[in-house]
Design a protein. Structure first.
Length: 273
């Protein structure tokens, strides 16, 4: 049957609202599609900047991949359009905002909230790995919270990182697994490592290998110098799970589907995600 003809969007289809993320997301605005009153986030990219960073192809490829991704814990890319000077991405709007801001406010999350987030992320990663998509940047800065409190991987696409070069340069190394720090090839198990880092940071308020100097962070990562502070008090089950994910040998890391069956996840995660 004839596939649904993709609607050709224009700026006139939207009422533009407040800027989101105060410039952190580049130019992203709250917007309402006039016909449906559907609230979206409209990301504006300048063609000049895309050309200058040679990411036009990456953007096309990413839009192609992202437009087929459908998962409750992955931020939707509904579509895109462009005019003379700009490309517009029509993105899902996550009504409860940014996880990293929430983490700064609460200092650290409860075991139930952490287990629920980690379980949702594991399900999203299983979905992505099933589509041969890996290494989504799952640090707190790239996670948003939907209206029902559900976590969303709001993937920026690596190219956006090269785009905001300064952010990448001073971006944290904390999430890099040993094989990436030692720059050997990496596979889907890098996401299990990053998920372990994220679980630790959600529970203790800082990533496990944090250090003042990059060189110290590197050393601590390749050594897997994992220590658990005595405060805040965290159950042995959580520490045991993290220890099974932060394993140097990537083949020995707890597989994602096993994570979903881990007692600490089963006992603490809210099934509704
Ligand atoms: C699926 O997601 C994305 C897909 C693609 C790109 C992208 O820029 N790709 C690219 C660009 C140039 C070259 C190559 C590739 C970015 C995102 N995602 C974001 O940018 C973060 C959420 S911005 C929206 C949003 C929503 N909900 C919120 N709630 C509070 C703030 C907020 C902010």
């Amino acid at each position: 049957k004839a596939s649904a003809v993709e609607k050709r969007w224009t700026l006139n289809d939207f009422d533009i609202g407040m800027p989101l993320g105060r410039g952190k997301f580049g130019h992203v605005y709250l917007a309402r599609e006039k016909r449906s009153n559907h609230i979206v986030a409209l990301k504006v990219l300048f063609k000049s900047q895309l050309k200058q960073s040679q990411v036009e192809h990456q953007l096309r490829r990413e839009v192609e991949i992202q437009s087929h991704l459908r998962h409750p814990n992955i931020l939707r890319l509904y579509g895109y359009f462009y005019d003379q000077t700009r490309v517009y991405l029509i993105l899902e709007y996550a009504a409860k905002g940014e996880v990293y801001k929430e983490l700064q406010k609460c200092k650290y999350f409860s075991e139930r909230r952490t287990a629920t987030y980690i379980s949702s992320l594991a399900q999203a990663l299983i979905y992505l790995h099933g589509k041969h998509v890996i290494h989504r940047d799952i640090k707190p800065e790239n996670l948003l919270i939907g209206l029902q409190g559900e976590l969303k991987i709001a993937d920026f696409g690596w190219s956006v990182h090269t785009f905001n070069r300064r952010r990448t340069m001073c971006g944290t190394l904390d999430y890099l697994p040993p094989e990436m720090v030692e720059s050997v090839e990496h596979d889907a198990s890098v996401d299990i490592w990053s998920l372990g880092i994220l679980c630790y940071e959600f529970l203790f308020g800082a990533p496990p290998f944090e250090a003042k100097e990059h060189s110290d962070t590197y050393r601590r990562i390749v050594k897997v110098d994992l220590k658990f502070p005595s405060k805040p008090i965290v159950s042995p089950g959580a520490k045991e799970l993290i220890s099974q994910m932060l394993v140097k040998d990537s083949s020995q890391r707890l597989p994602l589907h096993k994570l979903l069956e881990h007692p600490w996840i089963v006992q603490n995660a809210d099934p509704s995600g």
